[in-house]
Write a protein that binds this ligand. Structure first.
Ligand code: NDP
Ligand code: MG
Length: 383
């Protein structure tokens, strides 16, 4: 029987990658559900290609869809959640951007689907809740974010008990060589130009401030259940080494591929099998000489990185507050209401509040409350 796959964020960069992986093995995978926020054009195209699939568009007007699509389309705030419950896929690729990915991640594991998780924000906000629901239903969460996927695969092979340190690689973003003076002048257009990866606007902006790496530090410490103090970040300009781990005996293992998100998506959809693929393969004969460089990140220029370590170590609602504040800071920058250097300032200011869990338990409700409170605070920070 074919594996029924849902692709959430189907029109985005991860979504399009997931579609390629599905198309490559139509003998194994059936596209069963495709979801977007409002991009009906994308769903009209997919409807022609997958006429029996279901579709969801959270913010779209159903009447604007063609007659054929309309019959298979869910709209409205809970559209993705309702569609997941009705379709009950075997696997869900979550390529929704931002905190909007949290409830779909949770629904996917609650109904027992394996979750190929690109949406790092869900892990940062509520990993414990997702993990508990997955354990209850027996579903497996497989990280898709390239660094997290690399570390997950490396640790699966070497054994967690042997792990000493994790070396999380970062491209460094487009401003890795810029001076503080130059960072003051960064506008939206410059910030949305990434040197090595083609991704959606939010993660591209987060790569330029290193908030993306910060979110990954939190993501990895949660998914791998390790202290953030064993994670080092290293700027690796070529985006070939997707991360490294060192073991107790001093040996270091790395995962290498050309930068192509279809490889970690392929691995997650075929998990736990290792199936042949044509994504990201290295060609040492023809691409040599190959130089791989590793540098220390500049935490003064990019304070969102040390702030993420602080949030990861503090625990409680600090990670959720970091994520929410950063999302609003990004939005304010894109709107022209904050400068590039205001982005970390807004997040730092929000993290000055007390986000400790104290006697509160980390329920979904409490996480969503902290998320809203941090957003309100981030809007009110004066720039
Ligand atoms: P994009 O901006 O390219 O795509 C986002 C997709 O999510 C769009 O299809 C958008 O729909 C859809 N979407 C937004 N809100 C909702 C919602 N509420 N319900 C359903 N769909 C929604 O983002 P990326 O593909 O770049 O990133 C997606 C996620 O993957 C992020 O969490 C990112 O951090 C992570 N990731 C991405 C990588 C990459 O290479 N792109 C690498 C590693 C991680 P619409 O088009 O209608 O707006
Ligand atoms: Mg990444």
């Amino acid at each position: 029987m074919k594996k029924k796959v849902a692709v959430l964020g189907a029109g985005g960069s991860i979504g399009r990658g997931a579609l390629d992986v599905i198309r490559e093995r139509k003998d194994l995978f059936e596209g069963a559900l495709f979801a977007v926020d409002k991009n009906l054009n994308c769903l009209e195209e997919l409807f022609k290609e997958f006429p029996t699939a279901r579709f969801a568009a959270v913010s779209a007007d159903k009447d604007a869809a063609s007659e054929g699509l309309k019959k298979r389309l869910y709209c409205g705030k809970d559209a993705v959640l309702r569609a997941l419950e009705d379709v009950k896929p075997d696997a869900v690729v979550n390529g929704v951007s931002g905190a909007a990915g949290l409830l779909p991640s949770l629904k996917a594991v609650e109904i027992g689907c394996n979750l190929a998780l690109a949406n790092k924000e869900s892990v940062v906000m509520a990993w414990d809740i997702i993990k508990e629901a997955a354990q209850k239903s027996g579903s497996v969460v497989i990280p898709v974010d390239s660094e997290c996927s690399a570390i997950f695969n490396l640790v699966n092979q070497t054994g967690k008990e042997n792990l000493r340190r994790i070396i999380l690689t970062a491209s460094g973003g487009p401003f890795r060589d810029a001076s503080l003076e130059e960072l003051r002048e960064v506008d939206v257009e410059k910030a949305l130009r990434h040197p090595t990866w083609k991704m959606g606007p939010k993660i591209t902006l987060d790569s330029s401030t290193l908030a993306n790496k910060g979110l990954e530090v939190i993501q990895i410490s949660k998914i791998m259940e390790v202290s953030p103090s064993i994670i080092d970040v290293s700027v690796h300009r070529q985006s070939i080494v997707h991360s490294l781990i060192s073991l107790k005996d001093g040996a270091v293992y790395a995962a290498l591929s050309k930068p192509d998100m279809r490889l970690p998506i392929h691995q997650a959809l075929h998990y736990p099998l290792c199936e042949s693929s044509r994504w990201g393969e290295m060609d040492f004969e023809n691409d040599s000489p190959l130089s791989l460089t590793f540098e220390k990140p500049d935490c003064e220029k990019f304070p969102l990185l040390p702030l993420a370590f602080h949030a990861a170590k503090a625990g409680g609602f600090y990670p959720a507050a970091y994520n929410a504040a950063n999302e609003i800071a990004d939005e304010r920058f894109i709107k022209g209401d904050a400068s590039f250097l205001d982005i970390p300032k807004i997040t730092a200011s929000v993290l000055e509040a007390d986000w400790a869990a104290k006697d509160k338990s980390l329920t979904l409700e409490a996480v969503l409350e902290a998320d809203s409170a941090a957003r309100r605070m981030a809007w009110s920070v004066k720039c």
